[in-house]
Design a protein around this ligand. Structure first.
Ligand SMILES: *Cc1c(COP(=O)(O)O)cnc(C)c1O
Length: 814
């Protein structure tokens, strides 16, 4: 093993005194301030600079080791990354968190307050982007060289405000406060071409494209260090920004020409299945895919000294996270065939070996398709290549399978490019994100492909990083784990199973209760500051946090709330409960926004009704993001995971909440099923239609909710509250919801699960009354959350899909 460690670095173990000295020095150098006069932003800047100095040697060492050891690397292509804030996470992973917290405390400063200054890096909508960020952390922490490849959006996901109960979207100018964690790498810039015409001309027997009238954009990478836990690597998340190439200035004469280039990376589409700005979205997809692949091939040629592309898959794996980067398949073909003159068959062989693809949804409307005309105009050469891939695909299957199968699975159909089909055909691996989801891909949604290529399909259940969701978000619970099972769980999550040994330990069960209560008090204080609403920390904290979407069924929770309210008004008692929502709606998703308005009006009505003596409160916190999740999740008693069965591919907030000791109320959907398997059915509240019942409704078109509504007076009363004037100020939105609930074959089957959901909630109430049992269930959930550690998930990707070996790198004293 090479020794890259300089002697002085070995002595870098950070003590409190050393940290204080460095802080003094940085504040003096940067701002000529002392510790007691520095502002929060100055303190943040100084501390983040110390952190950067801390990881810089390991970042360099990782890069050197990569080029020396030449191990295979994975490049994770994702249009979204949602890391949240990085200060505490970087401190934790450096092994400095405790030292720095204590040193600041000695100085009368509070790390948490300073950390609040950092804006969330919110380059994603929800679960998909969060997963990408978790995987980055886990790759570095488990010792694999994994590189992220994405877009440096100038504005992250919009900032949500409520005005009169309606969602308003404000720009999230996260870069206005300097990007403290990024490094602009101008020398690694590449050019990306759009539009124009291509003519194929012959050159020494090779057809090469000649471009005419195309627009050239410069892609400039900004690298963010991904600091692995303790002895891990420091990997790179590369985010691309679009600029005008200096040599092309004359081709962009007007302000609006220039603006168009800036726009390329200016906003993150706040919509998974967007309808607007499709052309710009297509541009973004090609932009980061092309830039990423060019930089990979540059590295392969210059750093690894390899010109033999036949071996590319021994060194490079490219992962396509959902279909947004699926053009990587055509772009790699273009680079290999056009630029490096590899023959088509060889290039195709290489491409399939390099590429792998994760599917994230089974909902047809979220499956990406692009107009052939749009693509031909914007990316003429890519469209030619996709056409040729499609032609060969059909040709290859002719006579082997029915024409109907070819027709159903081909890439270009009805004037559209089916991105999922391109991704599957061009990859060696296709995975779903939970057992049920993968099974549904194989037997329903991608059945034809599964019959053609069964060996490509595999499951990789999603995971979460326990470092962020336990060690950072819930230090009290982490300390309790240390005191009971020892500290090894922090680097080896298997050890968490030992926590089950305390199942009958009254002292530990009481401590769990105290910790939860403490976290709930902190959240109550935050809620009071943010909303003015008083909530009682001894009430059940019932949490549903996730994007606002019909399939996630915040509506079912709403009907439960109305039922509880009506009971309380009629003097039917229930344990005190606080329902907490966090959710953004995509700006173009009208129905989701109507749900937000109705929930806000319902909350307003309930929170201000003296009749119910504060027994029920509803809090909808604005601007749900990773930082807010870190506040809410440790304080949750109940985790609402109530999607229509078959619709939630995996879910990950279900995992975060269980790790923090919340009990799950769950449909048998996505990873909820695996949570049930892990904790046992006596430690979870399950309810609702199973997958066969759901598919039966769909197949027979036999769901007639109006009949249910008319026959069930409890349901009718709860639904009617939305239109009979009970819930004020939202008659049109309330009506829209009711129309939806009652429409024939309403696809998310809200009313079909209503009664079962109420029963599950009654069981919640009964269990709540038995404190000891509740704590025991909570303990089992915490212990078994180890199953969803993203370090384990990433090991499976590394073994089964990417075939990676760990990089050997020296342990560092910091
Ligand atoms: C984990 C997470 C999600 C995903 O939540 P699901 O319930 O799995 O959809 C979305 N947004 C944020 C901010 C998260 O941290």
């Amino acid at each position: 093993m090479a020794k890259y460690l300089a002697e002085h670095e070995r002595k870098m173990q950070l003590t409190k005194e050393e940290f204080k000295n460095r802080l003094k020095r940085k504040l003096n150098d940067y701002y000529e301030e002392d510790i007691d006069t520095a502002s929060t932003s100055e303190l943040f800047a100084a501390i983040s600079a110390i952190v950067r100095d801390g990881y810089a040697p390991q970042w360099r060492r990782t890069r050197i080791a990569e080029t020396k050891q030449k191990e295979k690397q994975v490049y994770y292509f994702s249009i979204e990354f949602l890391p949240g804030t990085l200060l505490k996470s970087n401190l934790l992973n450096l092994g400095w968190l405790k030292t720095v917290r204590e040193a600041l405390s000695d100085l009368g400063l509070d790390l948490d307050k300073i950390a609040e200054y950092e804006p969330d890096m919110a380059l994603g909508n929800g679960g998909l982007g969060r997963l990408a960020a978790a995987f980055m952390d886990s790759l570095a922490s488990t010792g694999y060289t994994g590189n992220g490849n994405g877009i440096r959006y100038k504005y992250g996901l919009f900032k949500q405000k409520f005005v009169n109960g309606y969602q308003r979207e404000l720009p999230n100018d996260w870069l206005k406060k300097e990007g403290h964690w990024e490094v602009r790498r101008e020398s690694k810039s590449v050019l990306v071409r759009f539009g124009g015409k291509v003519n194929m001309v012959e050159d020494n027997g090779w057809l090469i494209p000649q471009y005419e009238g195309e627009r050239v954009v410069r892609a400039v990478p900004y690298d963010v260090a991904v600091v692995g836990y303790q002895d891990g690597l420091t990997n790179t998340l590369r985010l691309w920004d679009a600029e005008i190439p200096p040599e092309e200035e004359l081709n962009y004469p007007t302000i609006s020409d220039r603006r168009r280039v800036e726009d390329l990376t200016s906003i993150l589409y706040p919509d998974d299945s967007n309808y607007e700005g499709r052309l710009l979205r297509l541009k973004q997809e090609y932009f980061f895919v092309s830039a990423g692949l060019q930089s990979i091939l540059d590295y392969y040629i210059t750093k690894l000294g390899n010109k033999n592309f036949a071996q590319l898959s021994d060194y490079v794996a490219v992962h396509i996270n959902d279909t947004h980067p699926a053009m990587a398949i055509a772009e790699l073909m273009r680079l290999l065939v056009d630029e490096h003159r590899v023959d088509w068959d060889t290039a195709w062989n290489i491409t399939q070996k390099v590429m792998s693809y994760t599917n994230h949804t089974i909902m047809a409307e979220a499956m990406e398709k692009w107009d052939v005309n749009m693509m031909s105009e914007l990316l003429p050469r890519i469209m030619q290549i996709i056409t040729e891939i499609d032609r060969r695909y059909c040709e290859g299957l002719k006579g082997r399978v029915s024409d109907a199968v070819i027709d159903r699975t081909r890439i270009i159909k009805n004037g559209q490019v089916q991105m999922a089909h391109l991704a599957i055909i061009g990859s060696h691996s296709v995975n779903g994100v939970a057992a049920l989801h993968t099974q549904l891909l194989e037997t329903e949604v991608l059945k034809d492909f599964y019959n053609l290529y069964p060996e490509r399909f595999n499951n990789k259940t999603n995971g979460i990083t326990l470092r962020r969701w336990l060690q950072i978000a819930n230090p009290e619970l982490s300390d309790l784990l240390d005191q009971t099972i020892g500290k090894e769980w922090r680097s080896d999550s298997n050890k968490m199973l030992n926590f089950e040994k305390y199942y009958h330990d009254t002292k530990v069960l009481n401590q769990l209760h105290e910790i939860k209560l403490d976290n709930k008090k902190k959240l109550a204080k935050f809620v009071k500051e943010q909303t003015g609403i008083e909530i009682d920390p001894t009430a059940i904290f019932d949490v549903q946090v996730k994007r606002m979407h019909a399939y996630k069924r915040q509506t079912l929770k709403l009907l439960h709330i109305l039922k509880l309210y009506q009971d309380l008004k009629a003097r039917i008692d229930h344990p005190k409960r606080v329902i907490i929502f966090g959710a953004k709606a995509a700006p173009s998703y009208v129905f989701a926004k109507q749900i937000i308005k109705v929930i806000n009006e319902t909350a307003n009505m309930i929170n201000n009704d003296p009749d119910i003596h504060g027994k029920l409160k509803v809090v909808f916190l604005e601007n749900y993001n990773v930082s807010l999740a870190e506040k809410i999740i440790p304080a949750a008693d109940i985790s609402e995971q109530i999607s229509t069965t078959t619709k939630e591919a995996s879910g990950t907030s279900n995992m975060k909440l269980m790790a923090n000791g919340a009990l799950t109320v769950a449909t048998m959907d996505g990873a909820n099923i695996e949570i049930k398997d892990a904790v046992g059915e006596e430690n979870i509240f399950t309810f609702g239609l199973n997958k066969d019942q759901v598919y039966k409704y769909y197949a027979e078109k036999s769901y007639h909710p109006r009949k249910m509504y008319e026959e069930d007076p409890v349901m009718k009363k709860a639904v009617d509250a939305l239109i009979d004037g009970t819930v004020p100020n939202c008659s049109s939105e309330g009506q829209a919801l009711v129309n939806n609930f009652l429409s024939d074959n309403e696809q998310f089957l809200v009313l079909a699960d209503f009664e079962a959901y109420l029963k599950a909630q009654e069981k919640v109430e009964q269990t709540w009354a038995q404190k000891r049992i509740w704590q025991q269930m909570s303990l089992v959930n915490i212990a078994h959350s180890e199953r969803f550690d993203s370090d384990k998930t990433i090991e499976r990707y590394a073994q089964d899909i990417w075939h990676l070996k760990k990089l050997k790198i020296e342990k560092v004293d910091r």
